[in-house]
Ligand binder design. Sequence first.
Ligand code: ARG
Length: 597
Amino acid sequence: MASVTSLSASVHQRLADALSAALPEAAPADPLLRRSDRADFQANGILALAKKAKANPRELATKVVDSIDAPELLRDVEVSGPGFLNITVTDRAIVETLAARAADGDRLGVPFAEHPGTTVIDWAQPNVAKEMHVGHLRNSVIGNAVKRILEFTGEKIVNRHHIGDWGTQFGMLIQYLLEHPHELDHKASAAAGEGADGQAGEEAMSNLNRIYKAARVLFDSDEEFKTRARRRVVDLQAGDAETMALWQRFVDESKIYFYSVFDKLDVEIHDEDIVGESGYNDMLAETCRLLEESGVAVRSEGALCVFFDDVKGPDGNPVPLIVQKSDGGFGYAATDLSAIRDRVFNVKADTLLYVVDARQSLHFKMVFETARRAGWLTGDVKAVQLAFGTVLGKDGKPFKTREGETVRLIDLLDEAIDRATAVVRSKAEKVGLSEDEILENGRQVGIGAVKYADLSTSAVRDYKFDLDQMVSLNGDTSVYLQYAYARIQSILRKAGEARPVAHPELDLAPAERALGLHLDQFAATVAEAAEEYAPHKLAAYLYQLASHLTTFYDQCQVLSADNPPEVVENRLFLVALTARTLHRGMELLGVRTPERL
Ligand code: ARG
C-alpha cells in the first residue's frame, strides 16, 4: 500500500520550485495550478506575484519556463498571454502514475489524511413509533456517504443514531398498551434486532400505527384516560420499572421497523450505535445545573433559558433556547447539550457532525453557542451541522401524496425498485440475466438511483423527487454510472487472453489522455469531498469520469483486431482502472455496481 503523488501535485511542485528560484523573495510561491482545456494544466499565479515584486510578468514566466527541466514529467510548458503558463505533461507520466494507482489495491493510491481525528457523526435518526418519511431518506443517505468518505481518509468514526425515543407522547402510548396488553403480541417481536425482514418491519409499523391512532382517539375524547396518560409520563421520567418495560417494547418494535427500512435502503446500522434521546436522561439535570450555575442559562418565567443577541422573533423580542420548561420537563435542547458533553468528554471527539434537516439550523446554532459559552465546546472541537434541504415533488412543493399526506419512505423505495427492475428487465435478455439477477439488479439500480439523486446536488439545496429522471439511462444518474461500470466488465470478459497491462512507452490519443488525467484526480476529489462534507463533489467527479469514458469509446476501439497487442493491453488497463475507480467511488456513496446489466 503506497499512496501515489498525483500529476497535478508533481507539476505544482516543479513549478513552485522554479518560481521560488526565479523570484526568491516570493518563496514559497504558489503557481495557482488548474486543470485547463487548452493544455493539461494552466498556472495563473505568476501575474500577481510579478506585480507584487514589481517585475515584468512575461519575463518572469519566461524565466520560469527556461529553468524547468523535467522531461520525464513535462512535455511542454509555454508562456501565454500576459504571463500565464500552459502546461502539457508527457504521456509516459500519465500512464506511469496510473499504473502506480492500479498497483495500490483497494485504495487506488489515495493517501490517508495527514492528521485524522475522531468524528462523531449523528445521522439516521428516525423517531420511535413513527413512520419514516422522505426527510429520513436524506439523513440516512447523506450520513452514510459522508461516514464512508471520512472513514476512507482514515478518520475514526463514531456513529450516533439520535433516534426520537423519548417525550410526553410515550405517556399516552404506554398507558394505552397497559390497558390493552395484547396489542403488541405477535411473532415479529421476537425478531427484534438487526436484519429484520421487510414483512416483519411492515407488521411492526402497522401495529405501532394502529396503537398510535387508537391511543390518540382515547386521549382526545376521554378525559380520564388523558389524566392517566399524563401521570404515566411522570412514571416514565421517574424510571418506574413496569412503565420502562412497556416503553422498551415500543422501542424494540420500532427497531424492527427501522432495520427493515435501512435494510431495503442498503444502509448498515448497528444496534450499539443507536443512542437515542433517552440515552442522555441521566445527564439532563446536571446539564441544566451547570448551565444555571455558570450563568449561561437564566430563569425566565420559570423556564431555564439561554438568550442570544442575534436571535429574535418576528415581534423583535429575543427567542431563547429553552433547556428546561417551567413545569420542570427537559426538552430536545437539554438532550442535545448533554449529548455534546458526552461526545466531547467521554467519546473524546475532535469533530461533532450532525446530518440534520436545515429547518433545525437555528436549534443547532443556539445549542453550539450555548455549549461554547459553557466551555464544553472549545477551539479544539469542531461542531458542524451538515444541513440538508427539503425533498420536493415534481410541482416544486414539499413532497406529499395526492391526498396531501407525507409519503412513506418504504413506498417510495418500493416504487423506485419497481421502475428500475423494469429498466433492467428490458435489457436483460441481451445480457442473459436470470430472473434472480434481474430482481437483485433491480434493487441495486432502484436504491442506487434514489441515493444518487439525493447525493448529486449539494446537500443544502432542495431537490425534486422525480423517479422518471432518476432511473433514466442518460444524464447524471446512477444508472448511467452503473451501465458504464457494467460495460467495462463486459469488455474485460470479452477480452479473452488479452490482459490489462500499462504501456508507458505508447503515445496516447486525446480521449485516452483526458480519461487518464481525470482518473488521476480521484484522490484530490475524495480529499475535497471529505474536507467539505460534500459527497456531491464525488458524485460530479464520477459522472465526469463516465462521460470521459463515453468519449473514449467513441474515439478509441479497445478490442479491435486492427490494434497492436500493446494498444489493446493499454486500453484494457485504462478501462479496468476506470471501472475500479467507479466502483470505489460509488461504494463511498453507498451505491452498488452490478457486474452485469
Ligand atoms: N429525530 C430527529 C428528527 O427526526 C432528528 C435528530 C437529529 N439529531 C440531533 N442530535 N438532534 O427530526
